[in-house]
Design a protein around this ligand. Structure first.
Ligand code: ATP
Ligand code: MG
Length: 347
C-alpha cells in the first residue's frame, strides 16, 4: 500500500511540476489577455498608463489602488480582479513548486569574486539589495560596474541583459562604463546602448519613472535584468525636511519601495539601491560601536532583502559587510575600486 501511495505522490509531484512549467511561460503575461475574460481594451490601456502591465501586476495591486486609477470604477476593479484570478491562480503553491520558481532567480556579479562570495554569488534577482556607506565608499562605482556586469552571461544559464539606471544625484558618467567594458572584453558602445538612463529631479519624479520602468520591462519581456537607483533617499531628504514631514516622507518612501519590490518579482529583475548615512545623535550617547547608520529608517530596513555597509580601507580598498540578510551570515569582504570597475583587492 505504501508503495502505491508513494507512486501516486510522485505522479502528483510530476503533474505539479508540469503545471508549474506552464505557469513559467506565463511569467510575463501581458494584461491584454484579460480581454478574453471580458475586460475592455480601453480599461487595459488605463492600467498600462498607471504602470500595471502584467496579470501578476494586477494581483500585486490592491483594489483600492486600482480604483484610484482614472476611469476605473469599483465595478471595473472587480471585473479586472476576477479576470486576473482566472488566468493565474492567486492562492497557495507547494514548497516544491516554490523551489522551482526560485530556480529562476539569478545573481549578477559585482566584478569582485570576494564580494560576490560574500553575497552568495552576487546581486540577486527578485530582491532588493541596498548598499550604504559614507561618501567615496564606492556606491556609485559599484552601480557603474553592475551596469556592465549585468550584460555578461554568467553561471547557471544566466543570459545577461539590459539595465535601467535612475540617477538622483547627477553622478552617472556614461563614459565611465567604457574602461569597465574593456576589462570584460565587451564592445563599449553596445554596453552603453544597453543601459537606459534617467535623471530624477524630485521624489515624485522618481516614483513616476517607475511607471515607465514597468512599461519598458513589459514591452521587452525578459530583456532587462537590473534596476539601479543611485541614490534612493537623496531626493526624499530634500523634498521632506524636518520632523514635521517625517511621517509623510516615510509613507511615500514605503509606497516607492513596495513598487520596487513588486517590479523585482513581477519581472524577475534585481533591484540595486544605494543609500547615504547619517550620524545618529542618540547613538553617540550610548556605547554603540558605529554611531552612523543608513537613512530611511525601519521602512527601508525592512524593504531591503540584503543590506551591505561599505567603509573605507587603505587607498582604493573598501570593506563590505553584510548588514541584514535572510540567508547570509554577517561577514566581510575587501574589494578595490579600479579604472576597470570594482575588482578583488590586490595583495
Ligand atoms: P557619494 O556618497 O559621494 O555618492 P560614493 O560612495 O558613491 O560616494 P563613489 O563615487 O562610488 O563613492 O566612489 C568614489 C571613489 O571611486 C573615489 O575614491 C575615487 O577615487 C574612485 N574612483 C572613481 N573613478 C575611478 C577610476 N576611474 N579609477 C579608479 N578609482 C576611481
Ligand atoms: Mg555616489
Amino acid at each position: 500500500i505504501m508503495v502505491t501511495v508513494k507512486s501516486k505522490m510522485q505522479d502528483q509531484v510530476v503533474a505539479q511540476q508540469n503545471e508549474f512549467e506552464e505557469d513559467d511561460e506565463s511569467f510575463f503575461q501581458d494584461i491584454t489577455c484579460l480581454q478574453d475574460h471580458g475586460v475592455n481594451a480601453a480599461d487595459l490601456k488605463k492600467l498600462k498608463l498607471a504602470g500595471i502591465c502584467t496579470v501578476r501586476g494586477v494581483q500585486m495591486t490592491t483594489r483600492k489602488s486600482l480604483s484610484h486609477i482614472k476611469g476605473i470604477s469599483e465595478a471595473k476593479v472587480d471585473k479586472i480582479k476576477e479576470a486576473a484570478a482566472k488566468i493565474i491562480n492567486p492562492g497557495f503553491i507547494s514548497a516544491l513548486n516554490f523551489s522551482c520558481k526560485r530556480k529562476q532567480v539569478f545573481k549578477i556579479s559585482t566584478g569582485s569574486e570576494d564580494l560576490d562570495k560574500l553575497l552568495g554569488g552576487g546581486i540577486e534577482s527578485m530582491a532588493i539589495t541596498e548598499v550604504f556607506g559614507e561618501f567615496r565608499t564606492g556606491k556609485t562605482q559599484l552601480s557603474h560596474t553592475l551596469s556592465v556586469t549585468t550584460q555578461i552571461p554568467g553561471a547557471n544559464g544566466y543570459s545577461g541583459g539590459k539595465v535601467v539606471y535612475i540617477d538622483t544625484e547627477n553622478t552617472f558618467r556614461p563614459d565611465r562604463l567604457r574602461p569597465i567594458a574593456d576589462r570584460f572584453n565587451l564592445d563599449q558602445n553596445a554596453v552603453l546602448d544597453n543601459v537606459m538612463y534617467a535623471r530624477a529631479y524630485t521624489s515624485e519624479h522618481q516614483m513616476e519613472l517607475l511607471d515607465h520602468v514597468a512599461g519598458k520591462f513589459n514591452e521587452e519581456p525578459g530583456i532587462f535584468k537590473l534596476l539601479i537607483v543611485d541614490s534612493v533617499m537623496a531626493l526624499f531628504r530634500v523634498d521632506f525636511s524636518g520632523r514635521g514631514e517625517l511621517a509623510d516622507r516615510q509613507q511615500k518612501l514605503a509606497q516607492m519601495l513596495s513598487r520596487l519590490q513588486k517590479i523585482s518579482e513581477e519581472y524577475n529583475v534585481g533591484v540595486f539601491l544605494t543609500n547615504q548615512m547619517t550620524a545618529d545623535p542618540g547613538a553617540t550617547m550610548s556605547f554603540q560601536a558605529d554611531p552612523k547608520k543608513p537613512i530611511g529608517g525601519h521602512i527601508l530596513a525592512h524593504a531591503s532583502t540584503t543590506r551591505i555597509s561599505l567603509r573605507k580601507g587603505r587607498g582604493e580598498l573598501r570593506i563590505a559587510k553584510i548588514y541584514d540578510s535572510p540567508d547570509m551570515p554577517e561577514s566581510e569582504a575587501t574589494f578595490s575600486i579600479t579604472n576597470g570597475g570594482i575588482a578583488d583587492a590586490r595583495e
